[in-house]
Structures are given as structure tokens and as C-alpha cells.
Write a protein that binds this ligand. Structure first.
Ligand code: NAD
Length: 253
């Protein structure tokens, strides 16, 4: 074990969707590894801010609506103004809409695709431009899903967006690996957050899901801390374009 490989001291990480759930868990993990964290959300993130303060970490919250690409440049400017540079981008903010495909609306298609893939791509592009200007490479971690690998049911725009996240993660890694920019993704399994509240409330679906998870439990936001630190740190210098499943064994079944 070489702890320095995982040390993020002096690095600045932007994490989108920081107020709750997986984004909050990753903010905390990155701060524990020493990173300055810039958390972005369309709601305030007081809990995340307090959690990071309690471990003497550094957190700066930015309120922005990522359903469009419009705020991206200002977020990067503010991150650089606050902490001097940007080294890590975690594209985590995302939404889901559930409806039978036969009835699925254009709005539910567009709303999900806008934040889950359009904003993700253009945030990657804008961050990579900064990394190139800074001249020291960078790390991009996109949040994919089991539905990057599987079809799912009643979530057509979510499946389309998360399959695309895995695709562009590979594409961008191919284009930018030579510039010392690592682009990878994490595919969380079934995690206990707001995103899965409806699923967990449905007794039948919940039992079906739990019955198939070899680890025999839903994932927690803290389960993403180790994987995000790995992909944000020097430990993953030669890992490019890979989507790491963090799923209690779901995909292995
Ligand atoms: P969540 O709903 O608990 O959190 C989503 C976060 O994104 C919240 O902080 C929310 O405020 C923020 N957000 C939503 N819309 C936004 C907008 N327009 N602008 C800015 N911020 C916005 O969900 P979660 O489970 O923590 O999911 C986080 C990511 O992980 C998502 O991309 C989701 O698709 C993905 N994911 C979740 C699971 C799971 O089981 N929970 C599994 C696979 C992938």
C-alpha cells in the first residue's frame, strides 16, 4: 500500500449534484483524501458543507442548474478563483423518469437527456480545455449506471443517457489520454438514495432487486468514496476509458 498514490492534497475537485446521495458521498471521500471540493447543485448543500467542515476539509458550494450547459464556464471560473486550479471533475448530477415506453413523453426524454448526457459532455469538454491550459493533465469521472450495461425497464431516456455516458467516456479517453487526462466512469449498482426511493418503496421490485445482489444489501453513498478516490488520484494513472461497476456483484450474476 502506497498512501501517497491516493493523496489528493492540493488538488481541486468539482462534483456536480453534491447536496445529497452519491454526490455527497463522493464529496466527502475526496475531501477525506485531501482535495479541495467545489460542490455544484441547484439546491443549497448545507449538509455536505457541514460534513466536510467536520473533517476539517475545504468545501465551496456553487448553486447552478445543470439542466442546461449555460452555467458551466462560470462554475469553472469560480472554482479557479476559489482554489487556484481545477484537477478533477465528477459528473454526478442526474435524474430519472419512470413511465412505460408506450406512453413516454418528449419532455421526459429531453429533461433526462439534457442533464444526464448533454451537460455531462460539455462539462467534460470545458474541464479538459482548462486541464490543457494548466498543462498538468486532469481526471474526469462520469457517473454511469447498471443501465449502461443493461436495458432496464420503464426508464427509456435514463437507459439512453447512461449508455451514452459509457460511450463518451471511452471516446473522450481515446482523444485525451495522450494529454494525461484520464476519463473514466463509475457505474453504481442499486444504491439507497432519492433516485431509488420509488423502487425501494415497491415491495415486489425491492425484494427482486435485493435477491439478486450478491452482497445482499443496497449500496450506500460511502461505497463510492474508495472508487472515486482511486479514479481521481495518481493510483489510476494508466486507467483510461473504463467504467468501474460498484454494484455489490450485481453484474457478476
Ligand atoms: P439523488 O437524486 O439522490 O441526487 C442527485 C443530485 O443531483 C441531487 O443533489 C440533486 O439536487 C442534483 N441535481 C438534480 N438535478 C439537478 C440540476 N438540474 N442541476 C444541478 N443539480 C441537480 O440521486 P443519486 O442516487 O445520488 O444519483 C447520483 C448519480 O448517480 C445520478 O447520475 C444517478 O443517475 C446515478 N446513479 C444512481 C444510482 C442509484 O441507485 N441511486 C445507480 C446508478 C447511477
Amino acid at each position: 500500500m502506497t498512501p501517497d498514490l491516493f493523496n489528493l492534497k492540493g488538488k481541486t475537485a468539482i462534483v456536480t449534484g453534491c447536496s445529497t446521495g452519491l454526490g455527497q458521498g463522493m464529496c466527502l471521500g475526496l475531501a477525506e483524501a485531501g482535495a479541495n471540493v467545489v460542490g455544484v447543485d441547484y439546491v443549497d448543500a448545507p449538509e455536505t458543507s457541514e460534513m466536510i467542515a467536520s473533517i476539517n476539509g475545504r468545501f465551496h458550494g456553487i448553486k447552478a442548474d445543470l439542466s442546461s450547459c449555460e452555467p458551466i464556464e462560470a462554475i469553472l471560473d469560480e472554482a479557479v478563483k476559489t482554489f487556484g486550479r481545477v484537477d478533477i471533475l465528477v459528473n454526478n448530477a442526474g435524474i430519472i423518469r419512470r413511465e412505460d415506453s408506450i406512453n413516454f413523453s418528449e419532455k421526459d426524454w429531453d429533461d433526462v437527456m439534457n442533464i444526464n448526457i448533454k451537460t455531462v459532455f460539455f462539462f467534460c469538454q470545458a474541464a479538459a480545455r482548462r486541464f490543457l491550459q494548466q498543462g498538468q493533465g486532469g481526471k474526469i469521472i462520469n457517473i454511469a449506471s447498471m443501465l449502461s450495461f443493461q436495458g432496464g425497464i420503464r426508464v427509456p431516456s435514463y437507459t439512453a443517457s447512461k449508455s451514452a455516458v459509457m460511450g463518451i467516456t471511452r471516446l473522450l479517453a481515446n482523444e485525451w489520454a495522450a494529454h494525461n487526462i484520464n476519463v473514466n466512469a463509475i457505474a453504481p449498482g442499486y444504491m439507497a438514495t432519492n433516485n431509488t426511493a420509488a423502487l425501494r418503496a415497491d415491495k415486489e421490485r425491492s425484494a427482486e432487486i435485493l435477491g439478486r445482489i450478491p452482497a445482499k444489501r443496497w449500496g450506500k453513498p460511502s461505497d463510492l468514496a474508495g472508487p472515486v478516490i482511486f479514479l481521481a488520484s495518481d493510483a489510476s494513472a494508466y486507467v483510461n476509458g473504463y467504467t468501474l461497476a460498484v454494484d455489490g456483484g450485481w453484474l457478476a450474476r
